[in-house]
Ligand binder design. Structure first.
Ligand SMILES: [Zn+2]
Length: 249
């Protein structure tokens, strides 16, 4: 079964569901470490480009390492839906310390909101993928870019040595230049940033980015407390078992 999808950037193409042979990409530990584990799946299941959107690959096939993370994730999600259907079930532990019940949650992946690349972002992306903003507390201008598959891979490598500093890793990967700060001092500058500036930046990134919203609200059936969780995506997402795909296996 193949179908036509349009990614948040406007990239449009024909995809198909996964075949048994693609299973090996999910089991390859080396690929997982490099953070490019899913690229072979994207390459195999993307059958044809109908509209390149903001990308220019000429006559070559899509280079997924250069595709925006929002488009990559959207496409993976659609491949998952084409392979196993839209229903996704996962379990999390209630964050209420006096409850801690196991919450089983089910949702349709097609219900996740999708944010399209804005006209403004598209223009800045086409003009060299350079975005500018000004940090209110530090009083400096900074320049950042929209993340691609390559950035994702680099961040995976950086995180290996700094798993307790995901914010620093993200900011280091996204900020290209800081007014009046030498490239060598970038990390130190980032670590000294006021949290108000970090919150501001994350908001700016959010407005510039396109993609699928993966933060969802769930309710505990035991204590009825609600919490917001990041959609858990593990190996089961692409290699479902009884617990991740209802009514299947
Ligand atoms: Zn609870």
């Amino acid at each position: 079964m193949s179908e036509i999808i349009t990614c948040p950037s406007g990239l449009t193409g024909r995809i198909r569901g996964m075949k048994t042979r693609e299973e090996r990409f999910l089991a390859d530990r080396k690929l997982a470490k490099a953070g490019t584990q899913l690229d072979p799946i994207l390459a195999a299941c993307w059958e044809e480009t109908l509209d390149p959107g903001p990308y220019d690959f000429g006559d070559n096939p899509i280079d997924w390492s250069k595709v925006l993370v929002g488009d990559r994730f959207f496409t993976l999600l659609q491949i998952r839906v084409a392979s196993y259907g839209p229903d996704y079930t996962f379990s999390v532990c209630c964050d209420n310390r006096s409850c801690r019940a196991k919450i089983d949650w089910e949702l349709s992946l097609l219900d996740l909101p999708v944010v399209a690349l804005s006209e403004e972002s598209r223009a800045a992306y086409l003009a060299g993928n350079r975005f500018e903003t000004r940090l209110p507390d530090a009083g400096r201008r900074v320049w950042f870019h929209l993340l691609s598959g390559n950035d994702e891979r680099r961040m995976t490598q950086l995180r290996k040595g700094a798993s307790e500093r995901p914010l620093s890793t993200l900011l280091h990967a996204r900020l290209d230049q800081i007014e009046g700060v030498d490239a060598r001092d970038k990390l130190k500058f980032i670590e000294d940033l006021a949290i108000s500036d970090v919150t501001f930046l994350l908001g700016v990134f959010d407005r510039a980015d396109c993609g699928v919203e993966t933060e969802i609200d769930i309710e505990c059936p035991e204590c009825l407390g609600s919490q917001s969780v990041e959609l858990p995506l593990d190996k089961g997402f692409f290699l479902p078992t009884k617990t991740t795909v209802s009514g299947r296996v």
